[in-house]
Design a protein around this ligand. Structure first.
Ligand SMILES: [Zn+2]
Length: 854
C-alpha cells in the first residue's frame, strides 16, 4: 500500500499547504459487544484552510469501507478518491469542510481501536492506541504531529458502558439501547494523542487541587480505571498517591498549570507498550495491575511510568515535535523525568537512579552498539522509520544525556529553560534548536558543541583508568583512556576504593574531572597509595562503558559483593556485564560473580536484572560445551538462595522465579511440582497465581508437564492473563507438534490478538530445545518479506524479532542471515534494520563463546 507509509517530504508539503481549524468525530460503537460485527461507523467533519486555493492534497484513513466523501458540499465518488489508505482532496478552496463517512475495523493488534472480550465475564472493552500514526485507523485525518487542532468527539456506546476521551463529556443521552456521549473540544493537539476508551470499566475517582501563584485554584478531576474483573487487585490508592505527588512536583518545576482539564489513567488489556501519554486520558498496560505478589522494583517501575507519562503532558502534548526526527524531544525528557521525578516528588522509591544506571542504561548501551544505531536526533524518512525509533537511543540514551546536561548547565537553568520553552511554544511544534535556544539563554552557555557531541553523533565511549605507581605503590599518575568512534567531553567522578578493616570495599577518595580526547591525566593527591579499585564513572554522571585496569579488575572479581555503596555496586555489575557482552570477560567468569555475590545484592531491581543477565549469559555467551555445567551451578545457586532468603521477602520471590527459569534437573523440577500441588513448601513463599504459571512454564519446557495439566491450570485461572500464560506453556512443550502449532498459529493466520502472538512466540523458543527448533531457520528467512508486507507493523516486528533463530548460536545461522541480507538489499529499510540487529546479537554471542572457550 503506497499511501500507508507517509514520508517526511509529503508531511512537510502538506503542512505548508494546510492549516486545520477543527475536527468533529462521531464513532458509533454500539455494536462492539457483538463479535460478528467487524466494523464501526466513523464520521469525521474536518474544517481547514488551504494556503493555495485550487491545490490538491489528501487525508489519511485506513478503513475497509467508505460510505461517502463530501468536500465543500460536493459529493466525491469514493471509488475515485479513496484507495483504502488515503482520501484524495482535489481542488481545495481557501476554506474547506470535508466530511468522511466510513466503516473502520475493530483491531486485534493493539493498533487503532482495540477490542477485547474478557473471558471471566464476557464483557467487551475498547481502547485506542495511535502513536505514531494509527488514528487514521479510526477516523479520517491529517496524520502528522504538526497539524494540531481541537478535537470534539461524540461516541455512541452500549448503555451500560462508560466512555473516556481526552476532554470531559458535556452530555450523555439515551438513544435506544445505547447512550451518546458528547465530549468538549480539546485544546489543539496532534492526531496521535487523541484517545477513546470505552467499556464497563471499573473506576476510582479522586481529585487534585492546587493554589496557583496568581491566587486562583487549579482543580483536576482524577480517575483510574481497569477491567471489572481486575477490580479486586486494583490498588488505585497507590496509583493516585504517586499521581498527586507528580502533579505537585511538575507544577512546581514547570510553573505552567496542567493544560488538559481532567486526568484519567486507564489500565487496558492487551496493550502493546508500557503506556501512552494521551492528554487527559493516559493508557497503561494492565499488567501494572498486579494480580499476584510482585517486588518493590515492579512498583517502582510503575510509578516511574506514571511520572513519565505525566511529564509528557508538558513535553510532548503541550509542546510537540514537528516530525518524528525529534521524537527524543519528548521521550528523552519523559524518560529522564520518570527517574528524576521519583526522587524529586518525594515518592517512596529512593532507588530510582540505581535502577536507571543499571537497567535503563543497559538498554541504551545495547542499542548504541548495533550497526543500526543513530544519533539521538534521528533521520526519520517515513512512518516505518518512526515506528522503529521508540528505542534505547531515543529513550534511555537521550535520558542519560539529559541527566548529564542538568549537571552541566545546573538544575535551575535547566528548569528555567524548560519554563521558557513551554511559554514560548505552548500548543505548537518544535525542533532541536528551540529547546537548545531556551537552555542557552538561561544557562549562558553555548550548547552547540555539546549538542554536536551528544545529540548529533552515535556510539558509546569506553573509559578505562590507567594508574602508574612508584616503587612504594604510590600513584604518580592517574589517566583516563577514552575509546570509541567519536571521542566526547565527559564530566566524571572517579571513585577510589579500598578495603576497610571490616572487609568492606569502600570509597576512600573521589576526584572530579573533565575527560576529553583519547587520554586525560587527572589530578590526584600527591603520594596517595594505589587504591584497590578505580571506578571511572562513579555516581553515574556520564554515559559510557566503564572499564577497569588489571588491579581493579582483580579486586572486582574477589570483592564485588563487598562494595557497600549500592549505586557503585550497580555500576560494577553493569561494567561486568558489558565486559561479558564485549567478549572481554568469559561468560563463566561473569556467572561466577553472580554465583558468589548475587546472594548479597540488597537492591531488588539490580538482583532481578542479574537474574535475567545470568540466564542470557548462559544461553548466548557461554561455551556450549560448558552450558550444562553452568546451568546446574545456577540452579543450585537459585535453590540455595531461595532457601536462605528471608521468608515473605521480595528477594525470596525473585529467587523463586529465577529457580523456575533455570530448573532442569529432577530435584529442582520435583520441588516445583511439590510447590504447585502443596506437597512441598518454603516458609513464607506464597505460591500465588503468577508464580504458579512460572512453575508450569518450567515444567512444560522440561517435558515434565502435560498439555492436560496446563489446561487444568487454565480452568483454575480462566482469565485473560491465564490464557496468555497457558498458550505460552503449551508452545513451550518439547514436542515437534507443539512447535509446529505455535508457529502456524502466528505465521499462517491473522486471527490471534497481539497478546497471544506474543505468548506463542515467547513459548516457542526455549533454551533447552535448540535441536527441536533448528529446522525453522530456513523457514524463517523464506517468509520474512511476506510477513512484512502482509501483517500490521506491530505484529510484523514481533514475528521478525521473536522468531529470529537467536538460540541457534552457530556460524551457519550467521551465514544464513548474511545470505538473506545480501539477497534482499531493497527490502524495507525497517525490516532490514530489525534483521541487522538480530544478526549483531548473534555475532556478539559467537565472539563471546569464543572468549569463553578460552
Ligand atoms: Zn514516553
Amino acid at each position: 500500500m503506497p499511501g500507508k507509509n507517509l514520508s517526511r517530504e509529503e508531511a512537510q508539503k502538506r503542512a505548508g499547504l494546510i492549516e486545520v481549524e477543527s475536527y468533529r468525530v462521531h464513532l458509533d460503537l454500539a455494536s462492539a459487544p457483538d463479535p460478528a460485527s467487524a466494523t464501526f461507523r466513523s464520521t469525521t467533519t474536518l474544517t481547514f484552510r488551504a494556503a493555495t486555493p485550487g491545490a490538491d492534497s489528501f487525508a489519511d484513513l485506513l478503513a475497509p469501507g467508505m460510505r461517502s466523501v463530501t468536500l465543500n458540499g460536493r459529493t466525491l465518488d469514493p471509488a475515485e478518491v479513496f484507495d483504502g489508505t488515503r482520501v484524495a482532496l482535489p481542488d481545495l478552496a481557501a476554506h474547506n469542510v470535508l466530511v468522511v463517512d466510513a466503516d473502520c475495523a475493530y483491531s486485534r493488534t493493539g493498533e487503532g481501536l482495540h477490542r477485547f472480550t474478557d473471558p471471566v465475564d464476557g464483557e467487551t472493552y475498547l481502547y485506542t492506541h495511535f502513536e505514531p500514526a494509527d488514528a487514521r485507523r479510526v477516523f479520517a485525518n491529517f496524520e502528522q504531529p504538526d497539524l494540531k487542532a481541537p478535537f470534539s468527539f461524540t461516541v455512541t456506546a452500549p448503555a451500560a458502558w462508560d466512555v473516556y476521551a481526552n476532554a470531559v463529556h458535556e452530555s450523555v443521552q439515551e438513544q435506544g439501547a445505547a447512550r451518546v456521549w458528547r465530549f468538549a473540544p480539546t485544546r489543539p493537539i496532534s492526531t496521535y494523542l487523541t484517545a477513546v476508551v470505552a467499556g464497563p470499566y471499573h473506576v476510582v475517582r479522586d481529585h487534585y487541587r492546587r493554589e496557583l501563584p496568581d491566587g486562583t485554584t487549579l482543580e483536576i478531576p482524577l480517575a483510574a480505571t481497569c477491567r471489572r474483573s481486575l477490580a479486586e487487585h486494583f490498588d488505585a490508592d497507590e496509583i493516585l498517591t504517586v499521581t498527586k505527588q507528580g502533579l505537585d512536583f511538575f507544577h512546581q518545576e514547570f510553573d505552567y498549570p496542567y493544560p488538559f482539564g481532567k486526568y484519567d489513567q486507564c489500565f487496558v488489556p492487551e496493550y502493546n507498550i508500557g503506556a501512552m501519554e494521551n492528554p487527559g486520558c493516559v493508557t497503561f498496560r494492565e499488567e501494572f495491575v498486579f494480580r499476584s505478589k510482585v517486588t518493590e522494583a515492579a512498583y517502582e517501575g510503575r510509578a516511574n511510568v506514571i511520572l513519565h507519562e505525566m511529564a509528557h503532558m508538558w513535553f510532548g502534548d503541550l509542546v510537540t515535535m514537528k516530525w518524528w526526527d525529534d521524537l527524543w524531544l519528548k521521550e528523552s525528557f519523559a524518560d529522564f523525568m520518570g527517574s528524576f521525578g521519583l526522587i524529586g516528588a518525594g515518592t517512596r522509591y529512593r532507588a530510582a537512579w540505581i535502577t536507571f544506571a543499571n537497567r535503563r542504561k543497559a538498554w541504551a548501551y545495547q542499542q548504541d552498539q548495533y550497526p543500526t544505531t543513530h544519533p539521538i536526533t534521528a533521520d526519520i524518512r517515513d512512518l516505518e522509520d518512526a515506528k522503529l525509533n521508540f528505542d534505547g537511543i531515543t529513550y534511555a540514551k537521550g535520558a542519560s544525556v539529559l541527566k548529564q546536561l542538568v549537571a552541566y548547565v545546573g538544575r535551575d537553568a535547566f528548569f528555567e529553560g524548560a519554563r521558557r520553552y513551554f511559554q514560548r511554544h505552548a500548543y505548537g511544534n518544535t525542533v532541536l534548536g528551540d529547546l537548545l535556544g531556551a537552555l542557552e539563554e538561561t544557562s549562558g552557555r553555548d550548547l552547540k558543541s555539546w549538542s554536536a557531541s551528544w545529540l548529533e553523533t552515535s556510539g558509546v565511549n569506553s573509559l578505562t583508568p590507567q594508574v602508574t605507581c612508584d616503587a612504594e605503590g604510590r600513584i604518580t599518575e592517574l589517566a583516563v583512556l577514552q575509546d570509541g568512534d567519536t571521542l566526547r567531553p565527559h564530566r566524571v567522578a572517579i571513585g577510589l576504593y579500598d578495603l576497610d578493616g571490616t572487609g568492606a570495599l569502600v570509597r576512600t577518595g573521589r576526584v572530579e574531572a573533565d575527560v576529553a580526547g583519547a587520554r586525560t591525566v587527572v589530578e590526584v593527591p600527591a603520594g596517595r597509595p594505589r587504591p584497590a579499585l578505580v571506578l571511572v564513572n562513579d555516581e553515574d554522571l556520564t554515559y559510557c562503558k566503564v572499564r577497569f585496569d588489571e588491579v581493579s579488575l582483580a579486586t572486582l572479581r574477589s570483592g564485588l559483593g563487598a562494595m557497600t555503596d549500592p549505586l557503585a555496586r550497580a555500576l560494577a555489575w553493569s561494567a561486568a556485564w558489558n565486559l561479558t557482552r564485549d567478549a572481554l570477560m568469559p561468560a563463566r567468569d561473569y556467572l561466577d560473580l553472580v554465583l558468589r555475590f548475587a546472594g548479597q545484592e540488597s537492591d531488588i531491581g539490580v538482583l532481578q536484572s542479574l537474574h535475567q543477565q545470568a540466564r542470557a549469559a548462559l544461553d548466548y555467551y557461554a561455551d556450549p560445551a560448558w552450558r550444562a555445567e553452568g546451568g546446574r551451578l545456577l540452579a543450585e545457586c537459585a535453590l540455595r538462595e531461595l532457601r536462605a532468603a528471608e521468608p515473605g521477602s521480595d528477594h525470596q520471590l525473585a529467587w523463586a522465579r529465577f529457580l523456575a527459569t533455570v530448573a532442569e534437573g529432577a530435584e529442582h523440577l520435583q520441588l516445583l511440582t511439590g510447590l504447585l500441588d502443596g506437597t512441598a513448601r518454603i516458609d513464607g513463599l506464597a505460591v500465588d497465581q503468577e508464580l504458579r504459571w512460572e512453575f508450569w512454564l518450567a515444567l512444560a519446557a522440561a517435558g515434565s508437564a502435560t498439555a492436560g495439566e496446563i489446561e487444568g491450570e487454565l480452568r483454575r485461572d480462566n482469565t485473560a492473563s491465564g490464557k496468555q500464560r497457558a498458550v505460552k506453556c503449551l508452545a513451550a512443550l518439547p514436542t515437534p507438534g507443539a512447535k509446529a502449532a505455535a508457529w502456524a498459529a502466528v505465521v499462517d493466520s491473522d486471527e490471534l490478538p497481539n497478546a497471544l502472538v506474543e505468548a506463542q512466540i515467547a513459548g516457542f523458543a526455549q533454551p533447552g530445545q535448540r535441536e527441536l527448533t533448528a529446522g525453522y531457520t530456513d523457514i524463517y528467512f523464506a517468509l520474512l518479506e511476506q510477513v512484512w508486507a502482509q501483517r500490521s507493523i506491530e505484529i510484523a516486528m514481533r514475528i521478525v524479532g521473536g522468531f529470529f533463530p537467536r538460540l541457534q548460536t552457530e556460524r551457519s545461522t550467521l551465514d544464513a542471515t548474511d545470505a538473506w541480507l545480501d539477497a534482499h538489499p531493497h527490502a524495507a529499510p525497517a525490516l532490514r534494520r530489525l534483521v541487522l540487529e538480530c544478526r549483531d546479537n548473534l555475532a556478539r554471542a559467537l565472539r563471546a563463546q569464543d572468549r569463553d572457550r578460552g
